[in-house]
Design a protein around this ligand. Structure first.
Ligand code: HEC
Ligand code: HEC
Ligand code: HEC
Ligand code: HEC
Ligand code: HEC
Length: 214
């Protein structure tokens, strides 16, 4: 019987089947990369702020503790952003003519709070709580990175579900003594310290969906 299609079309159709598979695989791969990329997660991206407030300057250079400004971080879900009055404790005396601080003085005069842009922002369907993490020995650095070296604050972690779960499954390498919560650049003193602290702080693996989706 005469062939309707030339032999070579067999090869072409095989190629196009494989091509289709590769295309689908490629798209899935691309999606995975985009999902984890800084374009999607905002890791390492500095957002515009009304005042160029430097954590580096105020924490590392001046030695002000995190909790002086983020007052509710130890006992509440939210760490809290300091009110203008906290800035004015110092800036009514220091650098009180600086143009960089004009927006701070304006806010203090009018009583209108400074509108900072949120950098870390979980979706509403996720429950997060600072207090429990601080109480169980997870330092600020483990989730926010070397804030003391940041002239402008940025995210250092994706805050995606797999990031949370990664630590919830194996917190050993991330737990520290309660005295080191605010320390930047802390390293474990010996290999089994994490395992001991897990017992000491009574930490349990929290991976059920209702832990974070209530
Ligand atoms: C002098 C006050 C002050 C001190 C001290 C301070 N912060 Fe902040 N922090 C702020 C202000 C104001 C903002 C909001 C402006 C901004 O995001 O740049 C902020 C923002 C942040 C954010 C981002 C909030 C968001 O929008 O997601 C994190 C994380 C943070 N601080 C962590 C720390 C840590 C960790 C320390 C200690 C090493 C610390 N801060 C010390 C005043 C302070
Ligand atoms: C405990 C005192 C203290 C507090 C509280 C404080 N600052 Fe400062 N800030 C300083 C000092 C001291 C400097 C000058 C640092 C230097 O240049 O060595 C400074 C510098 C600055 C500068 C740079 C000014 C310039 O012209 O270079 C900005 C902007 C600033 N602070 C914003 C803030 C904001 C916003 C807050 C409140 C969230 C705040 N500060 C809270 C002590 C403080
Ligand atoms: C287990 C991880 C983790 C630890 C530890 C942690 N944070 Fe956070 N922080 C987050 C997440 C996640 C958010 C975003 C919360 C949201 O969107 O509801 C956040 C938000 C913030 C904010 C913005 C205001 C707010 O409460 O939403 C500040 C300020 C902050 N953290 C400071 C700190 C300081 C200071 C420490 C150390 C005492 C600390 N954080 C420890 C994960 C952490
Ligand atoms: C670096 C480690 C670490 C990271 C990252 C982390 N957690 Fe946790 N989380 C812990 C530890 C340790 C506990 C305490 C577990 C316990 O109660 O024994 C905890 C407890 C919690 C609790 C309270 C559980 C309860 O039953 O009361 C919630 C809610 C929570 N985490 C949410 C989150 C979310 C949401 C994220 C991601 C945005 C996150 N955590 C990221 C270490 C971490
Ligand atoms: C330790 C905290 C934590 C636990 C436990 C957890 N999640 Fe999540 N989940 C998150 C966070 C954080 C996000 C937001 C991720 C983002 O913004 O990219 C999320 C997002 C989601 C989403 C939205 C889609 C996505 O992947 O972004 C679904 C669906 C979801 N979780 C289902 C579950 C189910 C089902 C379980 C139980 C097997 C579970 N989660 C357990 C923290 C958690």
């Amino acid at each position: 019987m005469a062939q309707i299609f030339h032999r070579s079309t067999n090869t072409i159709s095989r190629l196009s089947i494989f091509g289709g598979i590769f295309l689908v695989a490629g798209l899935i791969g691309l999606f995975a990369v985009l999902d984890r990329s800084s374009y999607n997660t905002g890791v390492g991206v500095v957002l515009a702020q009304p005042i160029p407030f430097s954590h580096d300057h105020h924490t590392a250079a001046l030695g002000i503790s995190c909790v002086y400004c983020h007052t509710s971080v130890e006992d509440s879900a939210f760490a809290g952003i300091p009110p203008t009055a906290t800035c004015m404790n110092c800036h009514n005396l220091i650098w009180n003519q600086s143009p960089m601080l004009a927006a701070v003085r304006e806010s203090y005069r009018t009583g209108e709070p400074i509108r900072w842009t949120r950098v870390h922002d979980l979706p509403d369907y996720v429950y997060f709580n600072h207090g429990i993490h601080v109480a169980k020995g997870i330092g600020c650095e483990s989730c926010h990175g070397r804030v003391d070296l940041m002239p402008l604050i940025m995210k250092t972690e994706s805050l995606q579900m797999e990031w949370c779960l990664d630590c919830h499954r194996q917190p050993e390498s991330r737990v520290r003594p309660l005295s080191e919560i605010y320390t930047m650049g802390w390293r474990p003193e010996h290999a089994d310290q994490g395992t001991r602290l897990i017992a000491e702080h009574d930490i349990n693996s929290k991976v059920s969906c209702s832990t974070c989706h209530r």
